[in-house]
Design a protein around this ligand. Structure first.
Ligand SMILES: [Zn+2]
Length: 319
């Protein structure tokens, strides 16, 4: 069990981080040492009904035991309201009801209004001795360094594809659907279940068609089509599509060595992927690594995502 004043859980998948944060809270509030559902403390934490557990989140439905705050302050549940963080900062000094300490969980702190960070920093600088803070953020780079310097960061490794598939099958999905969902989403089980599979398939097939057009026929027309299909409203969505494109390219390479398709993630498109493999391994891997580089840089840069997508697609013509 980790017992530090301020812990930040990070990694892919906000829902997965949330489940882990609640589990950490249960570990801190458990008095019996029994971490199963037969323990009253653990059970109440899991249901978010423990009086010494407080959960703050952008969405009111995920919160528990939050102190009263001015809800009219304008948040559309996309960020943790500043008024809530302020109320929570003074509430943190209250003594625990039952146990030794109180646990304050703040979910998705990377979705916090800028003004809330200074309220948060004030309480994290000198956390009350009987309070423990558990924060989650899928994108910790969005937190100010002043806050990052106050906490212990723990990164959760992403589940492997095989782990994710078996977890999805355990939740009642057919092996085919589990594999298809895991191919699109590695963040976590909840994220994979919520995924719009039909929509993802449409996006993938559109990207596969355009990248095949460029790499097999070398046409500028297809490069512009690919640019249009990659470029999204914001940098994060464009980066996701670039990541998906890199997966497609990797899959095309895999079809050559693996005719049974066991290591091909998007094996439902095996035939088209093996046609794309005709472009040659070197070309495919270079296109994939450029896409991954672009996907990694884009969210942090100030570049226009559509222009970045176009520059990427046109760069493929020289391969
Ligand atoms: Zn327990």
């Amino acid at each position: 069990m980790i017992d530090v004043p301020v812990l930040l859980l990070t990694g892919r998948g906000s829902r997965r981080l949330e489940a882990e944060a609640i589990d950490v809270a249960a570990g801190l509030l458990c008095r019996s040492g029994d971490r199963t559902s037969s323990c009253v403390d653990c059970r109440r934490v899991a249901r978010r009904e423990h009086p010494d557990l407080l959960v703050a989140a952008p969405e009111s439905g995920r919160r528990a035991n939050t102190p009263p705050f001015d809800e009219t302050s304008g948040s559309k549940e996309t960020t943790i309201p500043t008024a809530l963080v302020r109320a929570l900062a003074s509430d943190a000094f209250r003594v625990p009801y039952e146990g030794e300490k109180r646990v304050l969980v703040l979910l998705d702190v990377d979705r916090t209004e800028a003004a809330a960070f200074s309220a948060l920093l004030k309480v994290l600088e000198e956390p009350p001795s009987r309070a423990r803070f558990v924060l989650t953020a899928a994108r910790p780079r969005l937190l100010p360094p002043t806050i990052l310097s106050r906490l212990v960061l723990r990164r959760l490794p992403s589940p492997s594809r095989a782990e994710l598939v078996s977890a999805l099958v355990a939740r009642g999905l057919s092996p085919e659907e589990a594999a298809a969902r895991a191919a699109f989403c590695r963040a976590g089980v909840e994220e994979a279940l919520e995924l719009d599979l039909a929509g993802e398939r449409v996006t993938r097939d559109a990207l596969l068609e355009a990248i095949s057009g460029i790499l097999l026929s070398g046409s500028t027309g297809w490069a512009l089509v690919l640019a249009g299909r990659l470029g999204a409203e914001d940098a994060a969505a464009t980066a996701d599509r670039l990541g998906l494109l890199a997966e497609i390219l990797r899959d095309a390479v895999a079809t050559g060595a693996d005719p049974a398709g066991r290591t091909v993630h998007h094996s439902e498109r095996f035939r088209d992927l093996s046609l794309l493999a005709g472009a040659g391994t070197e070309v495919l891997l270079e296109a994939a690594s450029r896409a991954l580089r672009e996907a990694a840089d884009l969210p942090d840069s100030r570049r226009n995502p559509r222009l970045a997508a176009e520059a990427y697609a046109l760069s493929l013509l020289s391969l």
